[in-house]
Design a protein around this ligand. Sequence first.
Ligand code: ADP
Length: 600
Amino acid sequence: MSNKSASKYFLVAFVPSVLVILVIAYFVHQNTKKSILESTINYKNEILNLKTEYVQDFYLQRLEDLFLISNLENLKKLGTDSEISESVQHDFITVAQATNYYQVRWLDTTGQEQLRIDFKDQKTEVIPREKLQNKAKRDYFKSAQELELNAIYSSPVDLNMEFGKIESPLEPVIRLIKPTYTDQGIKTGFLVLNIRMGSFLNKLKGIKTSEDPFDFSLLNQTGHWLTSTAGKPTFGFMIDSLKDKGFANNYPEEWKVIQSKQMGSLLTDKGLFVYRRFCPEEVIETFNGTHNTNLSSAKCNDLYFVGRLPDEVLHARLNSHRPIVAIVGLAFILMVLSVVITISKLKEQRSAKHLILINRQLTAKEKILETRNAQLESFVRVASHDLREPLGTIKGVATTLESDLANEDNKIKRGVTFIKNCAIRMDNLTKAILEYARTGKNSVLGRIDCMDLVQSIENDLLESIRATNTTINYRRLPEIIGFEAELRQLFQNIISNAIRYKKPDIDPVIDIVYENGEQHIFHITDNGIGIDKSHHLHIFKLFNRASTIEDGLGIGLGMAKKIVELHEGEIWLTSKLNDGSTFSFTLSKHLGVDTEVSFT
Ligand code: ADP
């Protein structure tokens, strides 16, 4: 297989296959990425589900406690006599110890704390009357005041405050509040449970399955962290220096989307976000369902569960299969390559066999050609020698008869002269044919200096050059490899034609120009009578003539063509009638040994 056809075969077979494989690999890669992304989102959603369930249980249990305490018989009578107050106080202590609630309180309708049990460091403290505070100005009390008798208020998660200041160490709490009322349905005050959230939030943070590089955030309605596995600042909404350091500030675009939907996932340049909104107050419905109660809630203090997989982790995960896709793709490419190579080898073998066959046929044809050439040669020999003998006799007899009839001027003498001229022309033709047939036979390749060659032709043609006042221009003709006698003949035929077919009254000017291309190229231009286009095709065939103004045999250009072909070249003509002619021919540079062209 030649280099050209091998590369063509490669382009046709291999390149499209590789392209197809690359496209398939690309789609496999994209699909795998998609399914990894989907399974990551599903997995993260499961984690968020677990966390939500945990929060739900937490609220449900606290709700049960609130409901239980609010049903204490004595609670309804609070504010009526001091003994009852003591008994409720006792109940509150029991509740606080049992539940680990931070505070169990009863506030009257003006917001004044009337009963308050604090439970800290496993110790219950009954807050004395003089330390009881009025909470009328706190948001949670304002919200509580608007409650229907059977409604419950659950405050947003925030930090506990005492006497207008955030309690230190920070104590995240929620408050569950339920109005208390008499049997007659008159509101007497509010049962308030302050529930610690610190350890709950820590546990919530800790819920995860296996190795999980997922940042979990619990956010409040203002987009501030309540807890975060990534160590983000929490409760920023209550601390001036942290107010603008919330999730909503860090991820403003993402926060907008998260707020606008119940749940979903979001892929941005900051990573993969999986999120859901949870309204703690909705557990009241569940509670009503299981306890046959008719409690209601004021409003939702939504919590946002957000999981974030950082972009770099996600990227690494999505591209973890890349090497596999690359290996499979490579394996495919190698497979295709081996198929291509095998096919090309088979083709090579087939073409090698084909080549042997062609060579055999060529050898057979060469033999036939040799035989035919030999036959032709012997015919030419017969034609030249054997025909020229009787021609010589005719020429001799005609010449003798002509001299005998020297003084005559009649038909017979003219006939004898005509016979003599015909015999001479026929003799010349026979000689020329023999010469034509012998051209190239037994010639030996040699190094020829074309400058010398043209110069010696000039000498040979000196007589006609002088007679016609011909100028021959040439310079920088190369040294080439060729058959000397034949090349001399070639140049001479064309130059002598250029002189012979000159325009009357115009001195011939002949330009010989060399062009150094892949082959040697020569252009020989004259200013003679030119040749009509109709003759261009046939002029190089034997015995073809375009003009009768000069005597000729019509062999010179046929000979030139044969010599050019002997040098593996081509000959052609550029000419117009009355406008000079240019004979151009090429000669191979690779005859015999390759030789550098040098200029004389
Ligand atoms: P011959 O010159 O013997 O007739 P050639 O084979 O040399 O045979 O040329 C064939 C014909 O080509 C010539 O008869 C002539 O008509 C035409 N010819 C050749 N060379 C030229 C030329 N330089 N200018 C014009 N005609 C030419």
